[in-house]
Design a protein around this ligand. Structure first.
Ligand code: ZN
Length: 216
């Protein structure tokens, strides 16, 4: 039976690497995938992993009908044996419904990869819909670590290494710490609650009178 599978985790947990591995394993068996992505760090129309691998993808637009796109592709003689949707947290809930229809009506496996929660620890709408509709939800086992060494379960947004909790849900950035730029860092829940990033914990250790911001 074809399935809608949601592979989820924090940023930096190896989702895109696994997506590329699934793509590689199936194409090595002569299968052809339809790969969707959105706002990949390597740019439009790409699926890339932090380990340096990259493949071409269809860049999903606002309001694009993914089921309709596949039906058109197949009716024009195109081939698709399975579907990969990376950065699925950025898809609209309707687009997740369309992916479920691809599984049910076109009998294709759909592998969706995404971050579960945003920097405020709230579900992304696309991820919420995936949790609601997926046949299986797989939490990725390549676990990212907080600076303290504990399992990182939460995504923090940082500016200059300092955690922020206000702002738009989607701001493009990467796991970096440049001076004034928006970055992201994965933390354990304890340090996400205390808003303690690697940079602020380091600063606190160096000067005991500068205490890190604690949550209310
Ligand atoms: Zn921690």
């Amino acid at each position: 039976m074809p399935e809608l599978v949601f592979f989820c985790g924090t940023m930096d947990c190896g989702k895109s690497t696994l997506a590329l591995q699934i793509e590689h394993n199936r194409s090595a068996r002569g299968l052809q995938g339809m790969i969707f992505s959105r706002d990949d760090r390597a740019g439009e129309g790409k699926l890339s992993s932090r380990l340096g691998l990259v493949t071409d993808a269809v860049e999903v637009g606002d309001g694009q009908d993914l089921y309709g796109y596949l039906v058109d592709h197949l009716s024009q003689g195109g081939r698709a044996d399975y579907v990969i949707a990376d950065e699925a947290q950025f898809l609209a809930p309707e687009q997740i419904d369309q992916l479920a229809r691809v599984v049910d009506d076109l009998s294709l496996d759909v592998y969706a990869f995404g971050i579960t929660t945003d920097f405020r620890s709230k579900l992304f709408p696309g991820s919420q819909r995936l949790v609601e509709l997926a046949d299986r939800v797989e939490v990725l086992q390549v676990e990212a670590l907080c600076w303290c060494g504990a399992r990182a379960t939460h995504n923090a947004r940082t500016i200059g290494g300092v955690m922020v909790v206000e702002g738009a849900q989607v701001v493009v950035g990467d796991v970096t710490h440049s001076a004034d730029e928006v970055g992201y860092e994965v933390l354990c829940r304890r340090h996400h609650r205390r808003r303690m990033t690697a940079a602020t914990s380091h600063a606190a250790a160096l000067s005991p009178d500068v205490l890190p911001v604690t949550s209310a």
